[in-house]
Design a protein around this ligand. Structure first.
Ligand code: FUB
Length: 370
């Protein structure tokens, strides 16, 4: 990921000043109530309001545990580190965990689920996490740079979805890069999707060994784009079980998407859900800011590119999760409505529609006012 969108910040500055007061009042907004979500001098209205306003949150991974929605987001902070293309200023240090009994109802902040100081191998930058529940234990999966500044994925456990989570002493063996997303298939098997190019370092593992000299996109021109990774998880949920494979995205002719196909190729922030027996692999296109989907008949892919699920949000990054709750489907996502700064984001939710033909209706996160 990269984040030099100074012009966007300037554009949003008047709105940010107005929003600054709202950042501290600890009230959860009603996502269905759009009356207060005016942006850009009332020319546009946000489709949904920030779910959390007391702190900055991003990268929401949502799950239904025990009949509630539990959200595991990143906790954005003002680190004071200058913005750069590696995303060094995204120097997050802990995770807050949230729950909701209903969509549109109050959002409860359960406080810090784990702090970087309690992860023995961590150096810096706690990025987008995910969670799973299996056999009475809750698992939190998180990417963080180790003390040599290399991203790996760790796992921590708890008896409660709210934590506190206790980290394993070392990263998951064989893990690298960022953005773990854990999916449970109908037969009870778990798979982890992970990876992100540019600041997410996926390209540095292209040869199988870490190489910090590889260019940020890892491939160029007509070469196949780098793929997100997919791997089966072991029964104890703490190890990889089998080889790490490419979750390849292909076009309608079965041809891998090219590295230069920035509007469609994988960048970061993957998710998996199953609908009507089909696997829906969704992800961010990063520098072109789309959330897109590709479908397949196996959790390993290949996945055929289908289209856009959400048009670009305000901010640079776009990251989501998709969950079914009470017979409706929802997409959790983020933008920068509260701050106008690319590194101080706020999570949101809106409904997602699967059309009868299996396509997903494209969501526009803002509506133009007349
Ligand atoms: O929050 C840090 C990073 O920004 C995430 O890991 C990426 O997916 C992007 O949202």
């Amino acid at each position: 990921m990269t984040f030099n969108k100074k012009s966007l910040q300037l554009l949003l500055l008047p709105f940010c000043l107005l929003a600054a007061a709202a950042c501290h009042d600890n009230k959860a907004a009603d996502p269905a109530d759009t009356t207060e979500a005016k942006t850009d001098s009332a020319k546009e209205t946000s489709l949904s309001n920030p779910l959390v306003t007391a702190i900055y949150t991003a990268d929401p991974s949502a799950h239904v545990f025990d009949n509630k929605i539990w959200i595991y987001p990143s906790h954005d902070i003002e680190s004071g580190i200058p913005e750069n293309d590696n995303g060094d200023h995204f120097a997050m240090r802990d995770y807050h965990i949230f729950s909701m009994d209903s969509i549109g109802g109050p959002v409860t902040d359960h406080g810090v689920g784990i702090d970087i100081k309690n992860i023995p191998w961590a150096g810096r930058q706690l990025w987008a996490p995910d969670a799973a529940f299996e056999g009475g234990t809750y698992y939190l999966y998180f990417p963080v740079k180790d003390k040599k500044d290399v991203f790996h994925i760790g796992v921590a456990t708890s008896t409660s979805p709210a934590g506190p989570f206790k980290a394993e002493p070392t990263p998951i063996a064989g893990s690298y890069s960022i953005d773990p997303a854990v999916f449970k298939d109908a037969d009870g098997s778990y798979y982890m999707y992970f990876g992100g190019i540019w600041g997410g370092q996926l390209q540095r593992w292209r040869s199988g060994k870490y190489d910090s000299t590889v260019a940020p996109s890892g491939a160029s021109g007509n070469e196949p784009a780098l793929s997100c990774k997919v791997v089966k998880l072991s029964k104890d949920m703490k190890h990889f079980d089998g080889p790490v494979k490419d979750a390849q995205v292909v076009d309608k002719d079965g041809k891998p998407l090219a590295a230069s196909d920035n509007n469609r190729r994988f960048f970061e922030g993957s998710w998996m859900h199953k609908w009507n027996g089909k696997y829906y692999f969704t992800y961010s296109t990063g520098d072109t800011h789309y959330l897109v989907y590709a479908t397949g008949s196996s959790p390993y892919g290949p996945f055929t590119y289908q289209g856009v699920i959400m048009n670009p949000v305000k901010g640079w990054t776009t990251h989501h999760s998709i969950v079914e709750f009470k017979a409706k489907w929802y997409i959790f996502y983020h933008d920068v409505e509260l701050s106008g700064k690319t590194w101080l984001r706020n999570i949101k939710v809106t409904e997602l529609t699967h059309n009868p033909d299996g396509s997903i209706a494209t969501i526009d996160p803002y509506k133009k006012n007349d």
